[in-house]
Design a protein around this ligand. Sequence first.
Ligand code: PLP
Length: 361
Amino acid sequence: MTRVFNFSAGPAVLPEEVLKQAQAELLDWHGSGMSVMEMSHRGKEFIAIAEMAEASLRELMNIPANYKVLFLQGGATAQFAMVPINLLRGKKSADYVNTGEWSKKAIKEARKFCSVNVAATSESTNFSTVPPQQEWKLGPDAAYLHYTPNETIGGVEFGFVPQSGNVPLVADMSSTILSRPVDVTKFGIIYAGAQKNIGPAGLTIVIVREDLIGGAAANTPSMFDYKVHADSASMNNTPPTYAWYIAGLVFDWLKKKGGLKAMAEINQRKAEKLYAFIDASGGFYKNPVEKQSRSWMNVPFTLKDSALDEPFLKGTKAAGLVQLKGHRSVGGMRASIYNAMPEAGIDALINYMQDFIKKQG
Ligand SMILES: *Cc1c(COP(=O)(O)O)cnc(C)c1O
Protein backbone atom coordinates (compact mmCIF):
# COMPACT_ATOMS: atom_id res chain seq x y z
CA MET A 1 0.00 0.00 0.00
CA THR A 2 1.26 3.48 -0.85
CA ARG A 3 -0.34 6.65 0.45
CA VAL A 4 0.21 9.75 -1.62
CA PHE A 5 0.45 13.35 -0.46
CA ASN A 6 -3.00 14.59 -1.42
CA PHE A 7 -3.27 18.36 -1.98
CA SER A 8 -6.96 18.28 -2.92
CA ALA A 9 -9.03 21.33 -1.96
CA GLY A 10 -11.90 19.04 -0.94
CA PRO A 11 -12.83 16.35 -0.30
CA ALA A 12 -9.38 16.46 1.18
CA VAL A 13 -6.75 14.45 3.01
CA LEU A 14 -7.71 12.93 6.38
CA PRO A 15 -5.26 12.06 9.16
CA GLU A 16 -3.83 8.61 8.60
CA GLU A 17 -4.29 7.79 12.30
CA VAL A 18 -8.01 8.50 11.96
CA LEU A 19 -8.38 6.30 8.90
CA LYS A 20 -6.57 3.49 10.67
CA GLN A 21 -8.80 3.78 13.70
CA ALA A 22 -11.88 3.76 11.48
CA GLN A 23 -10.47 0.70 9.76
CA ALA A 24 -9.88 -1.08 13.06
CA GLU A 25 -13.43 -0.27 14.19
CA LEU A 26 -15.08 -0.83 10.83
CA LEU A 27 -16.72 -4.21 11.39
CA ASP A 28 -17.34 -4.01 15.11
CA TRP A 29 -17.52 -0.65 16.81
CA HIS A 30 -16.57 -1.00 20.49
CA GLY A 31 -18.06 -4.47 20.87
CA SER A 32 -21.41 -3.51 19.36
CA GLY A 33 -20.98 -6.14 16.66
CA MET A 34 -21.84 -3.52 14.05
CA SER A 35 -20.22 -0.92 11.88
CA VAL A 36 -21.13 2.68 12.73
CA MET A 37 -22.65 2.77 9.23
CA GLU A 38 -25.18 0.13 10.25
CA MET A 39 -26.35 1.72 13.49
CA SER A 40 -29.64 3.38 14.16
CA HIS A 41 -29.07 7.09 14.68
CA ARG A 42 -31.44 6.79 17.63
CA GLY A 43 -29.63 3.90 19.29
CA LYS A 44 -27.51 4.43 22.39
CA GLU A 45 -24.25 3.64 20.56
CA PHE A 46 -24.66 6.32 17.93
CA ILE A 47 -26.07 8.85 20.41
CA ALA A 48 -22.85 8.37 22.39
CA ILE A 49 -20.73 8.87 19.26
CA ALA A 50 -22.69 12.00 18.36
CA GLU A 51 -22.49 13.51 21.83
CA MET A 52 -18.77 12.80 22.15
CA ALA A 53 -18.07 14.45 18.82
CA GLU A 54 -19.98 17.56 19.82
CA ALA A 55 -18.26 17.69 23.21
CA SER A 56 -14.85 17.42 21.57
CA LEU A 57 -15.63 20.19 19.08
CA ARG A 58 -16.91 22.41 21.89
CA GLU A 59 -13.72 21.82 23.82
CA LEU A 60 -11.45 22.42 20.81
CA MET A 61 -13.14 25.66 19.75
CA ASN A 62 -14.13 26.74 23.25
CA ILE A 63 -17.76 27.11 22.14
CA PRO A 64 -19.85 28.86 24.80
CA ALA A 65 -23.00 27.22 26.21
CA ASN A 66 -25.28 29.75 24.49
CA TYR A 67 -24.31 28.39 21.07
CA LYS A 68 -25.83 25.31 19.44
CA VAL A 69 -23.71 23.02 17.30
CA LEU A 70 -25.69 21.50 14.44
CA PHE A 71 -24.59 18.52 12.36
CA LEU A 72 -26.40 18.97 9.06
CA GLN A 73 -26.34 18.04 5.39
CA GLY A 74 -26.54 20.17 2.27
CA GLY A 75 -22.99 21.55 2.45
CA ALA A 76 -21.94 25.13 2.92
CA THR A 77 -24.03 25.76 -0.18
CA ALA A 78 -27.26 25.05 1.72
CA GLN A 79 -26.08 27.55 4.34
CA PHE A 80 -25.92 30.22 1.64
CA ALA A 81 -29.75 29.99 1.73
CA MET A 82 -30.30 29.03 5.36
CA VAL A 83 -28.50 32.10 6.65
CA PRO A 84 -30.89 34.62 5.04
CA ILE A 85 -33.92 32.37 5.63
CA ASN A 86 -33.23 32.31 9.37
CA LEU A 87 -31.59 35.67 10.02
CA LEU A 88 -33.56 38.20 7.97
CA ARG A 89 -36.51 38.24 10.43
CA GLY A 90 -38.50 40.70 8.40
CA LYS A 91 -35.53 42.84 7.42
CA LYS A 92 -34.94 43.40 3.73
CA SER A 93 -31.19 43.62 3.39
CA ALA A 94 -27.93 42.06 4.48
CA ASP A 95 -24.28 43.07 4.21
CA TYR A 96 -21.81 40.85 2.36
CA VAL A 97 -18.09 41.20 1.78
CA ASN A 98 -16.93 39.95 -1.61
CA THR A 99 -13.43 38.49 -1.57
CA GLY A 100 -13.76 35.91 -4.33
CA GLU A 101 -15.55 32.90 -5.75
CA TRP A 102 -17.22 31.62 -2.59
CA SER A 103 -18.31 35.08 -1.48
CA LYS A 104 -19.88 35.54 -4.90
CA LYS A 105 -21.82 32.29 -4.60
CA ALA A 106 -23.08 33.25 -1.14
CA ILE A 107 -24.15 36.67 -2.47
CA LYS A 108 -25.91 35.19 -5.48
CA GLU A 109 -27.95 32.87 -3.30
CA ALA A 110 -28.75 35.58 -0.73
CA ARG A 111 -30.15 37.77 -3.52
CA LYS A 112 -33.02 35.29 -3.83
CA PHE A 113 -34.12 36.35 -0.36
CA CYS A 114 -33.05 39.95 0.19
CA SER A 115 -31.29 42.96 -1.14
CA VAL A 116 -27.55 42.39 -0.75
CA ASN A 117 -25.38 45.34 0.13
CA VAL A 118 -21.84 44.51 -0.96
CA ALA A 119 -20.14 46.34 1.89
CA ALA A 120 -16.67 45.83 0.41
CA THR A 121 -15.10 44.02 -2.51
CA SER A 122 -11.55 43.24 -3.56
CA GLU A 123 -12.54 42.84 -7.20
CA SER A 124 -10.28 45.74 -8.23
CA THR A 125 -7.21 43.72 -7.16
CA ASN A 126 -8.56 40.61 -8.87
CA PHE A 127 -9.36 39.26 -5.39
CA SER A 128 -5.74 39.17 -4.29
CA THR A 129 -6.38 41.27 -1.18
CA VAL A 130 -8.76 41.61 1.76
CA PRO A 131 -10.42 45.04 1.82
CA PRO A 132 -9.40 46.86 5.04
CA GLN A 133 -12.32 47.19 7.41
CA GLN A 134 -12.15 51.00 7.55
CA GLU A 135 -13.21 51.05 3.87
CA TRP A 136 -16.31 48.92 4.36
CA LYS A 137 -19.71 50.53 3.90
CA LEU A 138 -22.11 48.67 6.14
CA GLY A 139 -25.81 49.18 5.38
CA PRO A 140 -27.92 51.06 7.93
CA ASP A 141 -30.56 48.35 8.17
CA ALA A 142 -28.72 45.11 7.45
CA ALA A 143 -29.89 41.96 9.20
CA TYR A 144 -26.35 40.53 9.41
CA LEU A 145 -22.84 40.75 7.98
CA HIS A 146 -21.52 37.77 6.00
CA TYR A 147 -17.95 37.11 4.97
CA THR A 148 -15.66 34.29 3.84
CA PRO A 149 -12.63 34.15 6.17
CA ASN A 150 -10.74 31.93 3.74
CA GLU A 151 -11.37 31.92 0.00
CA THR A 152 -10.53 28.35 -0.94
CA ILE A 153 -10.07 29.07 -4.64
CA GLY A 154 -8.23 32.39 -4.48
CA GLY A 155 -6.14 31.47 -1.44
CA VAL A 156 -7.03 34.71 0.33
CA GLU A 157 -7.48 34.69 4.08
CA PHE A 158 -8.55 37.36 6.56
CA GLY A 159 -5.97 38.21 9.18
CA PHE A 160 -8.65 39.78 11.38
CA VAL A 161 -12.20 39.19 12.53
CA PRO A 162 -14.46 41.95 11.19
CA GLN A 163 -16.45 44.22 13.48
CA SER A 164 -20.13 43.88 12.66
CA GLY A 165 -21.47 46.40 15.15
CA ASN A 166 -24.97 45.52 16.34
CA VAL A 167 -25.70 42.87 13.75
CA PRO A 168 -24.62 39.21 13.85
CA LEU A 169 -21.40 38.31 12.08
CA VAL A 170 -21.73 35.24 9.85
CA ALA A 171 -18.68 33.35 8.59
CA ASP A 172 -18.33 30.65 5.95
CA MET A 173 -15.37 28.88 7.55
CA SER A 174 -15.48 25.83 5.27
CA SER A 175 -11.78 25.86 4.47
CA THR A 176 -10.29 27.39 7.61
CA ILE A 177 -12.29 26.07 10.58
CA LEU A 178 -10.03 24.31 13.11
CA SER A 179 -6.87 25.67 11.49
CA ARG A 180 -6.30 28.03 14.46
CA PRO A 181 -8.16 29.28 17.53
CA VAL A 182 -11.07 31.68 16.93
CA ASP A 183 -13.10 33.65 19.43
CA VAL A 184 -16.54 32.14 18.81
CA THR A 185 -18.24 34.88 20.85
CA LYS A 186 -17.52 37.36 18.05
CA PHE A 187 -19.76 35.40 15.68
CA GLY A 188 -23.48 34.91 15.30
CA ILE A 189 -23.03 31.93 13.00
CA ILE A 190 -20.01 29.92 11.88
CA TYR A 191 -20.65 27.28 9.24
CA ALA A 192 -18.45 24.85 7.37
CA GLY A 193 -18.76 21.94 4.99
CA ALA A 194 -16.81 19.09 6.57
CA GLN A 195 -14.86 17.89 3.55
CA LYS A 196 -11.98 20.36 3.83
CA ASN A 197 -10.72 20.52 7.37
CA ILE A 198 -13.12 18.35 9.38
CA GLY A 199 -13.96 14.99 7.86
CA PRO A 200 -15.76 13.30 4.98
CA ALA A 201 -18.17 15.03 2.61
CA GLY A 202 -21.85 14.95 3.49
CA LEU A 203 -21.63 16.69 6.85
CA THR A 204 -22.00 20.42 7.45
CA ILE A 205 -21.33 21.97 10.82
CA VAL A 206 -23.23 25.06 11.95
CA ILE A 207 -22.37 26.84 15.18
CA VAL A 208 -25.19 29.24 15.89
CA ARG A 209 -25.89 31.60 18.79
CA GLU A 210 -29.15 30.63 20.46
CA ASP A 211 -30.88 34.00 20.09
CA LEU A 212 -30.55 33.65 16.30
CA ILE A 213 -32.61 30.46 16.27
CA GLY A 214 -36.36 30.60 15.73
CA GLY A 215 -36.65 33.53 13.35
CA ALA A 216 -37.52 31.67 10.15
CA ALA A 217 -40.90 32.30 8.55
CA ALA A 218 -43.67 29.80 9.31
CA ASN A 219 -43.66 28.33 5.81
CA THR A 220 -39.92 27.56 5.90
CA PRO A 221 -39.20 23.94 4.95
CA SER A 222 -38.22 22.09 8.15
CA MET A 223 -34.80 21.16 6.83
CA PHE A 224 -33.98 24.86 6.33
CA ASP A 225 -35.01 25.96 9.81
CA TYR A 226 -32.26 26.08 12.45
CA LYS A 227 -34.90 25.71 15.16
CA VAL A 228 -36.03 22.34 13.85
CA HIS A 229 -32.44 21.07 13.89
CA ALA A 230 -31.60 22.62 17.26
CA ASP A 231 -34.74 21.22 18.90
CA SER A 232 -34.05 17.74 17.58
CA ALA A 233 -30.30 17.66 18.35
CA SER A 234 -29.69 17.46 14.56
CA MET A 235 -31.86 14.36 14.34
CA ASN A 236 -35.00 15.70 12.70
CA ASN A 237 -34.26 13.11 10.06
CA THR A 238 -31.41 10.66 9.56
CA PRO A 239 -28.16 12.58 9.96
CA PRO A 240 -24.95 11.72 8.07
CA THR A 241 -23.95 9.25 10.76
CA TYR A 242 -20.68 7.92 9.40
CA ALA A 243 -19.33 11.37 8.53
CA TRP A 244 -20.32 12.57 11.99
CA TYR A 245 -18.40 9.65 13.55
CA ILE A 246 -15.27 10.33 11.48
CA ALA A 247 -15.48 14.03 12.35
CA GLY A 248 -15.46 12.99 16.00
CA LEU A 249 -12.31 10.94 15.43
CA VAL A 250 -10.70 13.96 13.75
CA PHE A 251 -11.62 16.17 16.72
CA ASP A 252 -10.00 13.67 19.08
CA TRP A 253 -6.91 13.57 16.85
CA LEU A 254 -6.71 17.38 17.03
CA LYS A 255 -6.96 17.26 20.80
CA LYS A 256 -4.10 14.76 20.91
CA LYS A 257 -2.03 17.03 18.68
CA GLY A 258 -2.38 19.77 21.28
CA GLY A 259 -5.53 21.56 20.10
CA LEU A 260 -5.97 24.53 17.85
CA LYS A 261 -3.11 26.61 19.22
CA ALA A 262 -0.70 23.85 18.37
CA MET A 263 -2.34 23.40 14.96
CA ALA A 264 -2.00 27.12 14.26
CA GLU A 265 1.74 26.95 14.85
CA ILE A 266 2.11 23.94 12.60
CA ASN A 267 -0.12 25.41 9.90
CA GLN A 268 1.67 28.74 9.91
CA ARG A 269 5.04 27.02 9.67
CA LYS A 270 3.87 24.81 6.81
CA ALA A 271 2.41 27.71 4.85
CA GLU A 272 5.32 30.07 5.43
CA LYS A 273 7.77 27.44 4.25
CA LEU A 274 5.91 27.00 0.98
CA TYR A 275 5.39 30.73 0.38
CA ALA A 276 9.02 31.45 1.20
CA PHE A 277 10.13 28.91 -1.38
CA ILE A 278 7.75 30.34 -4.01
CA ASP A 279 8.92 33.90 -3.33
CA ALA A 280 12.57 32.87 -3.55
CA SER A 281 12.14 31.08 -6.87
CA GLY A 282 13.12 34.16 -8.86
CA GLY A 283 9.72 34.38 -10.54
CA PHE A 284 9.63 30.76 -11.67
CA TYR A 285 6.69 30.24 -9.30
CA LYS A 286 4.32 33.00 -8.28
CA ASN A 287 1.55 33.40 -5.73
CA PRO A 288 -0.70 36.37 -6.58
CA VAL A 289 -1.97 37.17 -3.09
CA GLU A 290 -0.72 40.13 -1.05
CA LYS A 291 1.51 38.86 1.75
CA GLN A 292 -0.66 39.61 4.78
CA SER A 293 -3.71 37.95 3.19
CA ARG A 294 -2.13 34.70 2.13
CA SER A 295 -4.05 31.61 3.17
CA TRP A 296 -2.52 29.05 5.48
CA MET A 297 -4.78 26.42 3.93
CA ASN A 298 -4.89 26.93 0.15
CA VAL A 299 -1.82 28.03 -1.78
CA PRO A 300 -2.45 28.80 -5.45
CA PHE A 301 0.59 29.34 -7.60
CA THR A 302 1.45 29.73 -11.26
CA LEU A 303 4.51 28.70 -13.23
CA LYS A 304 6.42 31.29 -15.25
CA ASP A 305 5.04 29.80 -18.46
CA SER A 306 1.68 28.02 -18.54
CA ALA A 307 3.12 25.63 -21.15
CA LEU A 308 5.03 24.11 -18.21
CA ASP A 309 1.83 23.23 -16.35
CA GLU A 310 1.41 19.90 -18.03
CA PRO A 311 4.96 18.60 -17.58
CA PHE A 312 4.85 19.86 -13.98
CA LEU A 313 1.66 17.94 -13.22
CA LYS A 314 2.87 14.85 -15.04
CA GLY A 315 5.94 14.65 -12.82
CA THR A 316 4.02 15.21 -9.58
CA LYS A 317 2.20 11.91 -10.02
CA ALA A 318 5.42 9.95 -10.11
CA ALA A 319 6.59 11.83 -7.03
CA GLY A 320 3.49 10.78 -5.09
CA LEU A 321 2.00 14.28 -5.04
CA VAL A 322 -1.58 14.47 -6.28
CA GLN A 323 -4.47 16.91 -6.88
CA LEU A 324 -2.26 19.93 -7.48
CA LYS A 325 -4.04 21.20 -10.56
CA GLY A 326 -5.45 24.65 -9.92
CA HIS A 327 -9.16 25.44 -9.93
CA ARG A 328 -10.57 25.62 -13.45
CA SER A 329 -11.40 29.30 -12.95
CA VAL A 330 -7.82 30.37 -12.20
CA GLY A 331 -5.56 27.73 -13.78
CA GLY A 332 -2.02 27.09 -12.58
CA MET A 333 -1.61 25.01 -9.44
CA ARG A 334 -3.13 24.93 -6.00
CA ALA A 335 -1.75 23.13 -2.98
CA SER A 336 -4.34 22.72 -0.24
CA ILE A 337 -2.48 22.08 2.98
CA TYR A 338 -5.14 21.50 5.61
CA ASN A 339 -4.54 20.23 9.15
CA ALA A 340 -4.18 16.64 7.97
CA MET A 341 -1.39 17.43 5.47
CA PRO A 342 1.81 16.45 7.26
CA GLU A 343 4.84 18.73 7.13
CA ALA A 344 6.60 15.99 5.19
CA GLY A 345 4.09 16.65 2.39
CA ILE A 346 5.18 20.29 2.18
CA ASP A 347 8.83 19.24 2.12
CA ALA A 348 8.15 16.71 -0.64
CA LEU A 349 6.31 19.34 -2.68
CA ILE A 350 9.09 21.89 -2.27
CA ASN A 351 11.71 19.30 -3.24
CA TYR A 352 9.74 18.46 -6.34
CA MET A 353 9.29 22.13 -7.28
CA GLN A 354 13.01 22.70 -6.82
CA ASP A 355 13.92 19.72 -8.98
CA PHE A 356 11.50 20.89 -11.63
CA ILE A 357 13.27 24.25 -11.89
CA LYS A 358 16.59 22.45 -12.32
CA LYS A 359 15.19 20.22 -15.03
CA GLN A 360 14.10 23.28 -17.00
CA GLY A 361 17.73 24.41 -16.89
C1 PLP B 1 -16.03 24.17 -0.57
C2 PLP B 1 -16.59 25.47 -0.12
C3 PLP B 1 -17.97 25.73 -0.21
C4 PLP B 1 -18.96 24.76 -0.79
O1 PLP B 1 -19.12 23.72 0.07
P1 PLP B 1 -20.16 22.54 -0.19
O2 PLP B 1 -20.03 21.75 1.05
O3 PLP B 1 -19.69 21.83 -1.42
O4 PLP B 1 -21.50 23.13 -0.37
C5 PLP B 1 -18.43 26.94 0.27
N1 PLP B 1 -17.60 27.85 0.79
C6 PLP B 1 -16.26 27.64 0.88
C7 PLP B 1 -15.38 28.68 1.46
C8 PLP B 1 -15.73 26.44 0.42
O5 PLP B 1 -14.41 26.21 0.53
